[in-house]
Design a protein around this ligand. Structure first.
Ligand code: SAM
Length: 286
């Protein structure tokens, strides 16, 4: 069986009576170069890999061949017999059936990768929950070294943008704060079964050991960023005075003290600007 061959994958899935569920973001890779390239970008013989959404196991197969251990988390139990056939022969692969957003990944890392030097995440992510998964992986401060993920091209551009540029959004802030991000390569839509309506890209986030800015309250820092980007067409002073329920002159003084112009919008601020602003507001209120 060749997992990169559309005929073999279709035959395997139909022999198990599998029907794709759009609601679970089920677009499986059917290209012979993409999964090896993703696995190469994160694997070595001493690394443990958490895969999210193994699907039919095409990426899992590559990861299992190149990493020390793979734990793959799949929400759809209908894929059990398919995965048994594709990766059941590996003794370094474990499949956990569950929702990645509900499982305790910290516990999984502590219990399952004792013999691994480090742990990375690698996934062709279900697109309906790309941002929640990435944010949750980053904010829970898992003991992982990197995240390699296939995401929609537009999401890749936003996730790997820098604050202070037009592509940036609130999710960009979490990515920039916790990691160094880059787009590795683009993947056209015809590399998937069924083909989605959009192209994709593989990104890599290398988890930082030290944060790029010092903030006095991370909660306030991210709260201000979310408030600013929730109303990105408004000036930051209007967005924040609504959000903080604070009079406009006070907000303007916070901006001024942080060296930010009165008319700035969220997308014009760098991560350093948001840090200075949140530190200023924090100090004034504590
Ligand atoms: N890795 C496979 C590949 O590359 O061909 C499949 C990727 S497909 C884009 C996304 C996979 O994530 C599907 O198998 C889907 O069932 C699974 N999935 C969707 N939501 C999930 C969740 N909340 N937790 C874990 N897996 C999920």
């Amino acid at each position: 069986m060749n997992l990169a061959d559309i005929k073999d994958v279709k035959a395997l899935l139909s022999s198990e009576g599998f029907v794709f569920k759009k609601s679970l973001g089920q677009n499986f890779i059917i290209d012979e170069t993409v999964c090896p390239a993703m696995a190469d970008s994160c694997c070595d013989r001493n690394i443990g890999v958490i895969e999210i959404g193994p699907g039919a196991g095409v990426l899992t197969y590559e990861l299992a061949s190149k990493a020390k251990r793979v734990v793959a988390i799949e929400i759809d139990e209908r894929l059990k017999p398919v995965l048994q056939k594709t990766v059941g022969g590996f003794n370094n692969v474990e499949i956990i059936f569950g929702d990645v957003l509900k499982l305790n990944l910290n516990k999984i890392i502590k219990e399952k990768f004792l013999d691994c030097e480090k742990v990375a995440v690698c996934a062709n992510l279900p697109y309906y929950i790309t941002s929640p998964i990435i944010i949750s992986l980053l904010e829970s401060r898992l003991n992982i070294s990197s995240i390699t993920a296939m995401v929609q091209l537009e999401a890749a551009e936003r996730l790997c943008a820098r604050l202070g540029t037009r592509q940036a959004g609130a999710v960009t802030a979490a990515v920039e704060y916790y990691s160094e991000a880059q787009i590795l390569f683009d993947v056209p839509r015809d590399c998937f079964l069924p083909a989605p309506n959009v192209d994709s890209a593989v990104i890599r986030l290398d988890i930082r050991k030290d944060f790029p800015v010092k903030v006095k309250s991370e909660n306030l820092f991210f709260e201000l960023i979310k408030a600013g980007f929730n109303q990105r067409r408004k000036t930051l002073s209007n967005a924040l005075s609504n959000h903080l329920k604070c009079d406009k002159p006070t907000v303007l003084s916070y901006l001024k003290n942080a060296g930010i112009k009165e008319t700035a919008r969220a997308e014009e601020l760098t991560i350093g600007d948001f840090a200075a602003l949140s530190n200023n507001i924090f100090e004034d209120n504590n």
